[in-house]
Design a protein around this ligand. Sequence first.
Ligand SMILES: [Zn+2]
Length: 301
Amino acid sequence: MAEINFLRDFAFAYGIAETLSPLIRRVVARNPSPFTFKGTGTYIVGRGSVAVIDPGPALPDHVDALLAALAGETVSHILITHTHLDHSPAAAALKRATAAPTLGFGPHGATRSDGAGSEEGADRDFVTDRALRDGEIVEGKGWRMTAVHTPGHTSNHLCFALDEEKILFSGDHVMGWSTSVIAPPDGDMNSYLRSLAKLLDRDDAAYWPTHGPAITDPRAHVRAFIAHRHERAAAILQRLAGGDETIPAMVAAIYVGLDPRLRSAAGRSVLSHLLALIEEGRVTCEGPPSVAARYRLRLAR
Ligand SMILES: [Zn+2]
């Protein structure tokens, strides 16, 4: 397998605003899990008049810590990378307390409510006051950010590039501690790969993901993720060539030593690869593709 240099050294304290750079502070919520690492990192950008990126889960302690960190300051923008329950729900409480508008790509994408695909959970209550499109600029006092549409983890995922410090807030699109969960129907592997390639054309100095530490060699990291997904697709094609037809069989063979709590996510990830391979005409499925369906290689004629 391609070597991914996972970054899991993460010095932080829950509920305290830490200064990370002249313009960036972060408060980490106490919602650790196999999907959130140590918890959600809510970023505060600017001084005096600030933007908040990903207010986080609706945990009263976290909202209190955030408001304490913001005492004496004005929140001019609430920015949302995507509508998962560990990212956007606290926007409601923050908006009530500050009257700041919410900005994001839009509501959660997939209409199908599919429990099996929502390990992180979709926040279907979230509404943006201002919908952002790819390349749109958001400006505050002393800072300027560009929205970068990066569908894949979710269809409405945005990264935010802070011009002054050449930092990309990468949300769940690119993280140091783990690969991203690509769970259909809203998660889409081919979109994700295109969104990774899109970042290679940029010259961000570092990424600050919503979970875990900063990535200081971002392009090498992105290239490793792309290679990793190509290898996984190759492994799936190999299992199909060897006679595996079901996702559970492929998961058991490919994800050796997997944390059992992540088995269902691994199944969704294999499904996302199979959907991409079907789209490319390399794989067929009996009936509608799902975790329970049967798959075969499409033989060249
Ligand atoms: Zn997410």
